[in-house]
Ligand binder design. Structure first.
Ligand code: UD1
Ligand code: CA
Length: 485
């Protein structure tokens, strides 16, 4: 690969993308965990170019800020007015020469709106370009519907590439051509720079077309060629949201296929959506309706879904997670989560721990084997090992101004319907009674009872609700009781 290491990759991302009909610049629209341009930059990186420059223009502050976050090494060049793809490349090359870079070798040009393009295909293009000794090699593809794309025009007799004609400028005969320009090229750096100076704007869009460079170089007697992409879907350019959805589906299929071939069971690929950054170990199992996002990792023998969304969440070996939304959580080996559970950032469930139905957790460390089975909120807490939190308990962490911490030891049994008013600590092996409002620390091994005493007022119904169904039922019960005595 390093044999074909290009001098530079220029990514074109200055266009507005009006057909997206969006306040967000086109290249920042996302699929499978990266922006359009983020995917292109990642694929370009696989070529290990000496320089990588992204040409920005429309919403350039926003695009540049995003790029800086995505890839700190990336350079940007500004194209103030979008005068065409040729002009954009010129701006990219000028940025490099202005900063003292003398390019020698191959320049790869890629569009920022082709997220399915792989590093592998870029490498194939660079290798073909070198092997053929071309001045320019275009990555082309045969597509079922060529509408909107530039067409690759070839000589009838020899099949040699002669020109690229934009759809809008093409004759009917040229429009019948199904081999199209992917927008990706390999150029000889020096010849590209010279030819860009000769590109004119006498076309239907009044723009400097990069595609004209090919014809210019050929007329000057240089070798030009095309490298046909193996899979035309890889060069899908996103211009509208229908194409964005199509690309997302294709990329998702590609990611799931890779996961399945590595030993992951995906029960229903059609309703399972994953990001490029998700990782798996063999024998993970994913049920239908599941989204795995960000840095999510599923270990061996995990079972996730159905109907779950895990973001930046790690699931330990053998854990089971169903009907769950989790974000920034660590789920320990053999833990059990769901159904209907919400784990928020900072949740760390120990091995074999349980977060059950209608349980929400946030910034909480739950020890090994500890269970929070039903209807509870656990926020800002540390719980030791093998404890049990009674149903319908709330860790009352917020006094309206500050958040406070609750600490519960190991082998504790808190009763159902407890309010644990933080800051508060319950010692190892302690119990609390059902319905308690715990406001004071509980020493290890104690039972805390913090609720009103029960008082029974006999005969109250007969006096206050005479003649009611309740009174009749009570009277019948009293007689039966007397009869039995
Ligand atoms: C372009 C090609 C076409 C090819 C198609 C592949 C030209 C003239 N046409 O057409 O042959 O089949 O891509 O998808 O090259 N851009 C800039 N600055 C500009 C204009 C565009 O940076 O002044 C960027 C856009 O942000 C985009 C890329 O270049 O990422 C392509 O531009 P776009 O307007 O989408 O070109 P197409 O009409 O699709
Ligand atoms: Ca395009």
């Amino acid at each position: 690969m390093s044999a074909n290491r290009p001098a530079a990759v220029v990514v074109l991302a200055a266009g507005e993308g009006t057909r997206m009909k969006s306040a967000t610049p086109k290249v920042l629209h996302a699929l499978c965990g990266r922006s359009l341009v983020g995917h292109v930059v990642a694929a370009s990186r696989e070529l290990s170019p000496e320089h990588l420059v992204v040409v920005v223009g429309h919403a350039r502050e926003q695009v540049s800020a995003h790029l800086a976050e995505t890839d700190a090494e990336v350079r940007t060049a500004v194209q103030h007015e979008q005068n065409g793809t040729g002009h954009a490349v010129r701006m990219g090359l000028e940025e490099l020469s202005d900063s003292g870079v003398a390019l020698d070798g191959t320049v790869i040009v890629v569009c920022g709106d082709t997220p399915l393009l792989t590093g592998e295909t870029l490498q194939r293009l660079a290798a073909a370009h070198d092997a053929d000794g071309n001045a320019v090699t275009v990555l082309s593809a045969e597509v079922p519907d060529a509408t909107g794309y530039g067409r690759i025009v070839r000589e009838d007799a020899t099949g040699a590439v002669t020109a690229i004609v934009e759809h809008k400028d093409a004759t009917d005969a040229q429009r019948a051509i199904r081999e199209i320009n992917s927008g990706v090229f390999a150029f000889d750096a020096q010849l590209l720079t010279d030819a860009l100076g000769k590109v004119r704007t006498d076309n239907s869009q009044g723009e400097e077309y990069l595609t004209d460079v090919l014809g210019i170089l050929r007329e000057a007697g240089h070798r030009v060629g095309a490298c046909v992409a193996g899979d035309h879907r890889e060069i899908l350019g996103i211009n509208n949201r229908v194409q964005l959805a199509e690309a997302r589906r294709l990329l998702n299929e590609r990611l799931l296929e890779r996961a399945m071939l590595s030993g992951v069971t995906v029960v229903d690929p059609a309703t399972t959506w994953i990001d490029v950054t998700v990782t798996f170990e063999p024998d993970a199992l994913v049920h239908p309706g599941t989204q795995l996002l960000g840095a999510t990792h599923l270990a061996t023998d995990t079972e996730v879904g159905p109907n779950s969304r895990l973001t930046d969440t790690t699931v330990g070996r053998g854990a089971v997670v169903s009907f769950t939304v989790a974000d920034g959580a660590e789920i320990g080996a053999g833990a059990n989560v769901g159904p209907y559970t919400y784990l928020r950032p900072g949740t760390r469930l120990g091995a074999k721990a349980k977060a059950g139905t209608y349980v929400e957790m946030k910034n909480a460390t739950i020890g090994e084997g500890t269970k929070v089975p039903h209807l509870s909120y656990v926020g800002d807490a540390t719980i030791g090992e093998q404890s049990n939190i009674g149903a319908a308990s709330v860790f009352v962490n917020y006094d309206g101004v500050n958040k406070h911490h609750t600490t519960i030891g190991s082998h504790c049994r808190t009763g159902a319907d407890n309010m644990l008013v933080a800051p508060v600590t319950i010692g190892d092996g302690a119990y609390t009674a059902a319905g308690s409002v715990i406001t004071k620390d509980v020493p290890p091994g104690s039972l805390a009872v913090a609720r009103g005493q029960q008082r029974n007022i006999e005969g109250w119904v007969a006096r206050k609700r005479p003649g009611s169904a309740a009174a009749r039922a009570a009277e019948a019960a009293r007689r039966e009781d007397e009869g039995q005595q």
